[in-house]
Each structure stands twice: as structure tokens, then as C-alpha cells.
Design a protein around this ligand. Structure first.
Ligand SMILES: [Zn+2]
Length: 287
């Protein structure tokens, strides 16, 4: 924390330190959305050119529907708290891509991708809301900006940061290539750290509750994920061990349910889930 304040002091007058909406955590933020978006949009478009969109219309529509509900929850929250300017440049997009990996990822500015491989674990609309809430959480917490800022501090002295930021994008580009891992399959998956992962979980629970979903369903979702046990995925990579993650989620559930009750009333049953149809009549998932 002291380090953050020190860095904030260095940056003072030039670039502000931010605080994360909802959680209020202070974060180092040396780069603007403009800068991050310039870097990431090209990558996002490149990714879309090479990746395969799912042809499963039902699940594609479900991803968009749930994503939009979460995005609407973000819009409502930021409007109610007078923070709309923080997401003014966001343009939400929710994609379902044909890919067997059990994964999803988020790029700055609200570009979210879900792989078909995770659908057997989400199982239904509420499960998808857990995943999309988490990814949207990364976006509104500006975790990419934070990672980029941290990388700049690691790689450069304070003076060089100023030069890098005021100069043209060459240096920022160089730094970002280490952050984004340009040119690899995992290029678009930002290597968020453990703290950011848990924060995205926290934000996701609140957002899904505001959107009308039962945040309690995050527990069985993460239990299903822990059983599949891969360790190289964005959602699991910088882990929070499964136990830590589930314990933390337990801790945040009452807060999420307060949001739910305030908006939807205590007598209402949280939006239940309808298992999405999978384009076949079998009860098995085939992707
Ligand atoms: Zn994540």
C-alpha cells in the first residue's frame, strides 16, 4: 500500500491514481483508457479474425443476453453513483467462440469472449452470469490499465515513465507486448494477478446480483471448475487456490445479496436458470 502511495505521489499532477468502483481499492493507474484501447483493440480485432465464432445460435444469444444484462447493471450502478465518465469509452461486446478450452477472457473497454468449452461448467444462464460478471469485473476495475502501469514501474524509472507516456507509442508498445504477450494464442488473455482475480470475483457477484441473478450460484460453479482442474487458464491461472476463491466468494455473498434485495426485493426469487439448448437432443454436452 505504501508503495502505491509513493508511486501516486510521483505521478501526482501528471496522472491520477484511481480507485476501483465498488471495492474502493486504490490502484496505480498511469495510463488512460485511450492508450490502453489503442493497444488492445487491434489485438482484439486480430483475434476475432483468426478465431472461430460459435455456430450455436442458442448459446451465442444467451451469452449476449447475459452479458448485456450485466453491462446494464454496470450502467445502472455507475449512473446511480455519478461515475459514468469512468466507462464513457467502453463499448461492450460479448462473443461465444468455438474453442474447447474451459475459459473466457476480457479485453479493455468491455470486449468479452467466452469459449464454448466452458459451457458444460456454466451449465445454465446463472452460471454464465458468474463468468460474465467476473470478466466484466476485470473491465470496470481497469485491471489491464493497472497491469500496464505496474509493468511500466517495473521496467522503467519514474523519469522514463514520464517519457514513455508523453512520447509516442513506441515505448508503450514495447511494454505492452510484455503485458499482452503479443503474437501468441494467449495474447489476448491478460495475466491478471491473484488480487485482481479475487477482486473480479467480488465485483462479478455484485454485478450479477444487480442484474437479478442468484449470486449464490457462484459457489457450485467454482466447485465444478475446480473439479476439471486445469491450471493454465485465465480464470484459474494466477490462482487463488480453489479453496481461497470459494472462501472469499462466501465472504462477499451477503454484500451481493444486499444489492439484490435492495433492487429486486427480498420476496423475489433470483432469476433462475434455464439450461441452454445445445443444438441436439442428447443430455450430453457436445462441443
Ligand atoms: Zn479473471
Amino acid at each position: 500500500m505504501k508503495k502505491i502511495f509513493l508511486l501516486c505521489t510521483i505521478a501526482l499532477g501528471l496522472y491520477a491514481c484511481g480507485s476501483v468502483p465498488i471495492t474502493g481499492r486504490r490502484q496505480l493507474n498511469l495510463v488512460s483508457d485511450d492508450q490502453v484501447l489503442t493497444l488492445s483493440l487491434q489485438q482484439y480485432n486480430d483475434y476475432l479474425k483468426t478465431a472461430k465464432k460459435s455456430t450455436d445460435k442458442t448459446n451465442t444469444a444467451l451469452v449476449v443476453k447475459v452479458g448485456q444484462k450485466i453491462a446494464d447493471a454496470v450502467g445502472a450502478y455507475f449512473k446511480a453513483t455519478g461515475q459514468e465518465a469512468l466507462i464513457a469509452e467502453y463499448k461492450w461486446e460479448f462473443n461465444l467462440m468455438e474453442d474447447p478450452q474451459v475459459n473466457a477472457f476480457c479485453m479493455p473497454g468491455g470486449k468479452i469472449v467466452v469459449y464454448t468449452g466452458i459451457l458444460p461448467y456454466t451449465q445454465n444462464e446463472t452460471g454464465l452470469a458468474v463468468v460474465l460478471g467476473h470478466e466484466v469485473g476485470h473491465a470496470i476495475a481497469k485491471h489491464a490499465n493497472e497491469r500496464l502501469s505496474q509493468q511500466m514501474v517495473t521496467d522503467y524509472t519514474g523519469a522514463a515513465i514520464g517519457t514513455a507516456l508523453s512520447g509516442k507509442s513506441e515505448k508503450i508498445q514495447a511494454i505492452s507486448s510484455t503485458v499482452y504477450g503479443l503474437g501468441t494464442q494467449v495474447a489476448v488473455m491478460l495475466p491478471f494477478n491473484r488480487k485482481q482475480e479475487l477482486e473480479a470475483d467480488h465485483l462479478g457477484l455484485i454485478l450479477m446480483a444487480i442484474a437479478g441473478y442468484d449470486a449464490n450460484q457462484a459457489i457450485p460453479f467454482w466447485q465444478r471448475m475446480s473439479q476439471q482442474g486445469s491450471g493454465t487458464l485465465e480464470l484459474l491461472s494466477t490462482h487463488p487456490s480453489d479453496n481461497t476463491r470459494i472462501n472469499e466468494i462466501q465472504k462477499y455473498l451477503p454484500e451481493a445479496m444486499e444489492y439484490y434485495t435492495a433492487i429486486w426485493g427480498s420476496g423475489t426469487t433470483p432469476a433462475t436458470s434455464t439450461p441452454p439448448k445445445n443444438g441436439n437432443t442428447s443430455t450430453e454436452w457436445h462441443f
